[in-house]
Ligand binder design. Structure first.
Ligand code: FAD
Length: 387
């Protein structure tokens, strides 16, 4: 049953970072891949500010891109961050290199650019068709049927597929359906902190207004600000702050309060963020969640990958990197098995412990940062270990 027909059709739900890369991997194996994506095509339509404008891609993620010939081009658009630049409340800087030589770096990359690049390269294989504004709302794994809503017309249709992959992110509809089955479960925990993105624009002539090749960190105990460089000379800053409490999103209600907070805590950043008040009140406040689910598959019919299977909080910058690694391991499993079920079981066995471990470590780092605020030296040291 469910033998792998390498030329057959499969369906991927979600054309985010992991779904687009997965489509590429499956196409390279010979499958015809239909991808259903809820959002409009971001290559044609502007999609409103969401989460993390840029992200850090590290060795695991780059390895996954290399396997399908995409690493070089991605790196051409990335900015190597060779160390951390720590900003004290008085604006003093302390630099810590990541390694002994300059090749040891993590890379800042635009999320939108990477997603568009992966979608286009997947389509260029000639075996991937991405349909946009198609939201999966129900899945029947035994019948191999997805119920899909066309977001333009509101009409509903059925898509038949022998095998489906759920790469529809942390709020996965496919996971929701999977966990209704006996023996399946998932746990979700939201952090008490949220995040807000702010922008340091490029200086005259596109100049970087801070050190370009560094990940900038303003560690402040129960909250912190970080900034990653963008290709156009700007930096995307992310403020991590509790939702409630004495210093929190709840306590920063007016422009004066926001300005005073930055003047006191991040004066050097404030000088570079002219749109602070506008951005703070206009940009959405993001939430962060850990999702653990098990098992990630049902028979040889469906498999969850990426955030749909294992969302993690961003304090290690490893969520996408882990999802990309899922694709590499799935490819290896498909090479070893003749039945979907066996490949999915092995993938789950190999990945589950790793995914749980990184999820726990990411939360532990966060808790440590939040709680051990008494000793400024500890704070600084711990904060720099995290990112
Ligand atoms: P997503 O990127 O969420 O994509 C899911 C896709 O599925 C979306 O396109 C969505 O529209 C679509 N979809 C959802 N529901 C449906 C449906 N019902 N039907 C059809 N389509 C659907 N990771 C790193 O590795 N490095 C970092 O530096 C980093 N920084 C981060 C910073 C922040 C602030 C945050 C929040 C996360 C960060 N991450 C980072 C984590 C990273 O963003 C995720 O791990 C990654 O986006 C997961 O990719 P995905 O494709 O699994 O899910």
């Amino acid at each position: 049953m469910h033998e792998i027909d390498q030329t057959g059709r499969v369906t991927v739900v979600g054309a985010g970072l992991v779904g687009s890369l997965l489509a590429m991997y499956l196409a390279k194996r010979g499958f015809q891949v239909d991808v259903l994506e809820r959002r409009p095509d971001m290559r044609r339509e502007e999609i409103g500010a969401g989460r993390s404008i840029n992200l850090a891609i590290s060795t695991r993620g780059l390895h996954a891109l290399r396997q399908v010939g995409l690493e070089e081009e991605a790196l051409r658009h990335a900015i190597p961050m060779r160390g951390r630049m720590i900003h004290s409340p008085s604006g003093e800087l302390a630099y810590q290199a990541y390694g002994k030589d300059e090749s040891q770096a993590i890379n800042s990359l635009s999320r939108a650019w990477l997603n568009k690049f992966l979608m286009s390269r997947a389509e260029a294989t000639g075996r991937v068709r991405i349909e946009f504004k198609q939201r999966v709302q129900h899945a029947d794994f035994q019948k191999g049927v997805l119920e899909v809503v066309d977001e333009s017309s509101g009409s509903t249709r059925e898509v038949r597929t022998p095998v489906m992959f759920g790469t529809d992110g942390s709020g996965s509809a496919v996971r929701r359906e999977l966990t209704l089955l006996p023996g399946h479960g998932s746990a979700q925990e939201q952090l008490s902190h949220g995040y807000k993105e702010l922008t340091i624009h490029a200086g005259p002539g596109g100049a970087f207004q801070m050190e370009k090749h560094a990940l900038h960190i303003w560690p402040r105990g129960s909250y912190m600000l970080i900034a990653l460089p963008n290709e156009d000379g700007s930096f995307t800053c992310t403020l991590f702050l509790p939702f409630q409490g004495p210093v929190s999103f709840e306590s920063l209600q007016t422009p004066a309060q926001v300005k005073a907070f930055f003047e006191q805590q991040f004066p050097d950043a404030l000088a570079l963020i002219p749109d602070l008040v506008h951005d703070f009140f206009q940009n959405p406040t993001g939430t962060m969640v850990t999702v653990k689910s098990a098992p990630w598959h049902v028979d040889g019919k469906a498999l969850l990958l990426g955030d749909a299977a294992h969302a993690i909080v961003p304090f290690f910058g490893q969520g996408m990197n882990c999802g990309f690694e899922d694709c590499v391991v799935l490819e290896e499993c498909l090479g070893r098995h003749t039945r979907w079920q066996d490949a999915f079981e092995e993938l789950f066995r190999l990945r589950k412990a790793n995914a749980d471990a990184i999820a726990d470590m990411a939360v532990e780092n966060f808790v440590e940062m939040r709680d051990k605020t008494a000793d400024p030296r500890f704070l600084l040291e711990k904060a720099v270990e995290k990112v």
